[in-house]
Design a protein around this ligand. Structure first.
Ligand SMILES: NC(=O)c1ccc[n+]([C@@H]2O[C@H](COP(=O)([O-])OP(=O)(O)OC[C@H]3O[C@@H](n4cnc5c(N)ncnc54)[C@H](OP(=O)(O)O)[C@@H]3O)[C@@H](O)[C@H]2O)c1
Length: 301
């Protein structure tokens, strides 16, 4: 398996859109009483793309710290599973099936979370897909799907989250960009472009809403061990071996991939009250992979 297969890897490209729906059992029951205190006690947290990976880890971490979490993704079974895991652990979460490429679904999802949990205190716009082809091998449809999910999807989420936050005159929005926005790969044209776009949207929106109580920042994770990069069906032992070899070759700082929970911790930090003066920033959490390269000597010298 080469670099390209990992970077383009298991990232789901262009899965067909699904019908909008919600889990019937969670529809109108009142939020559970929280038993655990935390930084986000009683806060309403919205996450796009939390059926898997970083979003899933963030949903669990926010719920662990007392948040009421409303999240979306297209895969109903996974969404219900994450919702169930959070509730079984004593947390509060609602899964809403929504595709971030579809305006009506994004709007309905955002409004549903706001009405269920009394507004939106924090939004984590995280849904994304990868791509691993150089331009001449990529179809226009594939290009459009990456932009539509990663860039337009973030725009749509912000568009419908902000009115709720403006009403409250407060809110924090974190959008998932990528270290690939800063450091391209041969096959990352569509992906890097889309993640640069996320940075641009965040910077402009930070200026638009700064004096109205809303802060926005972009998070740039490095390669993270999620289904985004892990080839489907690979046995755990083989994947561990591969990761051990991959780290020193690709991450000159920490020499390993990130775990989803580590990226989630950065999200919670950015969403907390700890950084009230931070807005419009691009925060890289990549183990040093874009910091620079170690000096390599030609073999035999
Ligand atoms: N893993 C990495 O190495 C890495 C590095 C840098 C940045 N990122 C970024 O981090 C974010 C999360 O990725 P991940 O690593 O956690 O990958 P993942 O495990 O594949 O999760 C991606 C999430 O996005 C959702 N999603 C994708 N397309 C969607 C759509 N059209 N509508 C709604 N939800 C959609 C998926 O849900 P459904 O499939 O159920 O819709 C899933 O919950 C992405 O934006 C990715 O670009 C990842």
């Amino acid at each position: 398996m080469g670099r390209r297969s990992v970077l383009g890897g298991a990232a789901a490209l262009g899965l067909a859109g699904t019908a909008f729906g919600t889990t019937a059992h969670a529809a109108d029951a009142p939020p559970k009483e929280r038993t655990r205190a935390g930084r986000f006690q009683g806060k309403s947290v919205l996450i796009t793309g939390a059926t898997s990976g970083i979003g899933r880890a963030a949903a669990k971490a926010f719920a662990d710290e007392g948040a009421h979490v409303g999240f979306c993704g297209r895969r109903v079974e996974l969404g219900r599973q994450v919702e169930r895991e959070i509730r079984d652990a004593g947390g509060e979460a609602t899964y809403v099936q929504a595709d971030v490429r579809l305006e009506a679904q994004v709007r309905a999802f955002v409004d549903r979370v706001a009405s269920r949990y009394g507004g939106i205190d924090v939004a984590f716009n995280n849904a994304g897909i990868g791509s691993g082809k150089p331009p001449h091998e990529m179809s226009v449809e594939e290009w459009d799907d990456v932009q539509s999910t990663n860039a337009r999807g973030v725009f749509l989420a912000i568009k419908y989250e902000v009115p709720h936050m403006l009403r409250a005159q407060r809110g924090v929005i974190i959008c998932t960009s990528s270290s690939a926005a800063e450091q391209a790969r041969p096959g990352s044209a569509a992906y890097s472009a889309s993640k640069r776009a996320v940075q641009g949207i965040v910077k402009a929106a930070a200026l638009a809403y700064g004096t109205r109580g809303i802060r926005l920042n972009a998070l740039l994770p490095g390669t993270t061990d999620t289904p985004f990069v892990r080839p489907p069906g690979i046995p755990d032992a083989d994947w561990s071996t591969y990761k051990r070899a991959w780290g020193p070759l690709n991450v000159d700082g920490l020499e390993r991939m990130a775990e989803a929970e580590e990226i989630a911790r950065a999200v919670l930090g950015l969403a907390s009250d700890d950084f009230p003066y931070m807005t419009g920033a691009s925060i890289t959490v990549d183990g040093g992979s874009t910091t620079g390269r170690k000096m390599l000597q030609p073999s035999g010298t």
